[in-house]
Design a protein around this ligand. Structure first.
Ligand SMILES: Nc1ncnc2c1ncn2[C@@H]1O[C@H](COP(=O)(O)OP(=O)(O)O)[C@@H](O)[C@H]1O
Ligand SMILES: [Mg+2]
Length: 263
């Protein structure tokens, strides 16, 4: 399933967040979207999922413009994990995950055996089975994040769009979430687009990286080729060494300073 944009432009008000973006998300791969705060990552993800509509240009799913597709067709193809998801008070984990099935259900009908199996599977994959009857509001940050990921998984879509899935998690839970995404990608061939702040997570887990700076793509391609000292200076204003990690065979990013202003 292909996902790409042509001449994608978006503005909340008068000032465009980005203009004329041509993005191509490699199918069956993990793409990391990186960039400083306010560079437009969330806005791009929302346009890819049609949560926001472009002011100009379009997003194409398998060559068809999202503007022409029914909502359910989009939801069957793509699941979204928002940056700061909020569940209604009192909602149980099992109910939240069940919401992931809406794209597959007929209005006003009970969950089918297939829906129930998808919910069960999503709870198992995220290690949430034992917490299924807890209200989402009573979970720790890491558990809550896994509950939302379970909801996205229950949707059974080929494409997962995740906005900062690891922010606010401790290191073990970050590792858990990223290993889960690796597994979904390797074993099930799902296409994953994730916004991450930790560049080492992009270097380690992504096949493809898109670097945004003030709404412009300033780098796109293989992580080692794209995440260079020059790009990191331009996108984040940091000076960093990229050194070889003998364990993963990839590079790791070690920031050591800020780019002096006026340079
Ligand atoms: N709902 C909104 N209304 C107006 N401006 C917004 C809104 N959401 C984001 N912006 C602005 O759009 C730009 C990009 O924001 P965003 O896509 O959230 O960036 P990122 O996710 O990279 O931090 C920022 O300048 C931000 O202030
Ligand atoms: Mg954001």
């Amino acid at each position: 399933m292909t996902l790409e944009t042509q001449e994608l432009s978006f503005a909340y008000g008068a000032e465009p967040v980005f203009a004329e973006l041509a993005l191509a998300i490699p199918p069956g791969r993990i793409t990391a979207l990186v960039g400083a705060n306010g560079s437009g990552k969330t806005t791009i993800l929302k346009n890819l999922a049609r949560i926001l509509r472009p002011s100009h240009g379009a997003v194409y799913l398998d060559g068809r413009s999202l503007a022409q597709l029914p909502t359910k067709a989009i939801a069957r193809a793509m699941a979204v994990l928002p940056q700061n998801p909020e569940a209604p008070a009192g909602l149980l984990v099992r109910e939240l995950v069940g919401y992931g099935r809406f794209a597959w259900q007929k209005p006003l009908t009970a969950m089918t055996a297939e829906d129930k199996a998808a919910v069960r599977e999503a709870l198992i994959l995220t290690g949430m089975t034992e917490l299924a009857d807890r209200p989402v509001g009573t979970l720790s940050g890491g558990q809550r994040q896994r509950a939302w990921i379970a909801m996205a998984l229950a949707q059974n879509s080929r494409i997962l769009l995740l906005d900062e899935p690891t922010t606010f998690l401790d290191m073990a839970h970050q590792f858990e979430v990223l290993s889960l995404l690796d597994r979904l990608n390797i074993e099930q061939g799902r296409t994953i687009v994730m916004v991450v702040h930790d560049l080492n997570q992009a270097l380690r887990h992504a096949h493809h990286v898109i670097v945004l700076h003030a709404g412009k793509v300033i780098g796109s391609g293989a992580p080692d080729a794209v995440l260079t000292p020059q790009t990191l200076a331009a996108a984040f204003g940091i000076r960093a060494d990229l050194i070889h990690d003998p364990r993963s065979g990839r590079r790791i990013c070690v920031p050591y300073g800020l780019v002096a202003t006026g340079e």
